[in-house]
Structure formats: C-alpha cells, structure tokens
Design a protein around this ligand. Structure first.
Ligand SMILES: C[S@@+](CC[C@H](N)C(=O)[O-])C[C@H]1O[C@@H](n2cnc3c(N)ncnc32)[C@H](O)[C@@H]1O
Length: 196
C-alpha cells in the first residue's frame, strides 16, 4: 500500500530542469548530501535518474516522516533515509560526500543560517567537490523580476530570511568558487560552486 505523502507542485515543475544541470555537474561525483530535502520528491526523482550517486537526504526532523514516505514508496537503492540536519543547531553530517545539493532553502533560512550553510559546505567538501544551489537570488542588490521582489517582501512579513544576494553568498563561501550562474525557469537560478 502506498503512503500518504506531502506534495509540492513546484518540485514537479522544476525537477527535470534541475536534473538536466545535475547530470552534467555531478557526473564525476559519488556521494551527494541534499540539505533541506523538504517533501523528498527531488531526492527520489534525482537519485533514480543519477544512479551513479549515493544520495543522502537531510532536513529538520519535522520533515522526516514525509521524506521517508516518498523513499519507501520509491524502492530506490541509492537514496538514503533523512539525517537530522538543522543548520544553526546541528554539526555537519559526518559523511564522505563530494557533492552537496540544496533547493529553495536560502530564502527560507535566516541570514545567519545561510552564512553558516556557505561556510560549512565550503569547509566539508573535498578539493574539487561541487555544491549546487537552486533557487531565487538577488543579483547586485537587484531582484530579477517584480514578482520576485513581492515574494521577498511576503517572506520577510512571515518571518523568513528572504532573498540573499549572490555577492553576499560569495563573501561567505570561503574556498568555494562560483563556476556558473545558470538561468532556470520562473526567475530561478542554479549556482554551481566548486571547492578550490
Ligand atoms: C521551501 S522548502 C524547500 C524544500 C525542497 N528543497 C524543495 O525545493 O521543495 C525549504 C526547506 O528548507 C529547510 N530549512 C529551513 N531552515 C533550515 C535550516 N536552518 N537548516 C536546514 N534546513 C532548513 C526546511 O526545513 C525546508 O525543507
């Protein structure tokens, strides 16, 4: 019997375009940690289509039941159960990863948590490791659309951290170089970082 599972339409809409980038940039990676796996939909889809990877899910504990439901229904061997990882509370998972993926987390986290995210990914990836960061961002203090600005204001009103500027991320990124900023649908971007 299938579980009742949380569902995100946004994940369904963006998972294929995200895959098209990850197929290329994670081609030489072996193990990836996903930070903020959310519903778990990205994990099952991306792990199934990137069978050379071991995909480690993680998120705050209240998301684990939903992620586990997606994983159990998917029967995919290369995706691992959720790790409790709340940036600002937990230490970075003790895993031998050479890739990190996160989607739509930087505008939800508080500014200090995003700074910690960038610093901890930079310090835990090995040399040449890849960090793929998907979502909406500001560019040199500018929003890429009026709707993005309106969404940022609504996030702040609800107590979330709001959009981060790519320059701000670069300043926190330590030994990570920003190799690519890829335009994605709906005014989103994929930032591709690599550890020097
Ligand atoms: C908008 S959801 C995105 C979920 C999923 N990645 C997606 O694209 O659908 C934001 C995610 O960020 C996670 N998150 C927020 N603050 C966090 C923190 N301090 N540490 C780790 N994850 C956090 C939430 O738990 C949630 O899963």
């Amino acid at each position: 019997m299938q579980h009742e599972k949380p569902f995100s339409q946004a994940c369904e809409n963006n998972k294929r375009v995200i895959l098209s980038v990850l197929e290329r940039v994670f081609a030489n990676c072996r193990q990836v940690l996903e930070i903020g796996s959310g519903t778990g939909q990205h994990a099952v889809f991306l792990a199934e289509h990137l069978p050379h990877l071991i995909w480690h899910t993680s998120d705050q504990p209240q998301y684990h039941e939903g992620i586990s439901a997606w994983l159990e229904d998917a029967y995919i061997e290369n995706v691992k159960p959720p790790i409790a990882f709340t940036i600002g509370q937990d230490t970075f998972p003790n895993l031998d990863v050479d890739g990190v993926f996160t989607a739509n987390t930087a505008h939800i986290m508080q500014k200090e948590e995003v700074r910690l995210l960038m610093e901890s990914v930079a310090s835990h990836l090995p040399q040449n490791g890849i960090f793929c960061q998907y979502g909406p961002f500001k560019h040199s203090s500018k929003f890429t659309s009026e709707s993005n600005h309106a969404f940022h204001v609504s996030l702040l009103e609800r107590g979330y951290g709001g959009y981060r500027d790519i320059n701000e991320l670069k300043a926190w990124a330590g030994e990570l170089s920003l190799n690519d900023v890829i335009d994605m649908p709906a005014n989103n971007h994929m930032l591709v970082w690599q550890k020097r």
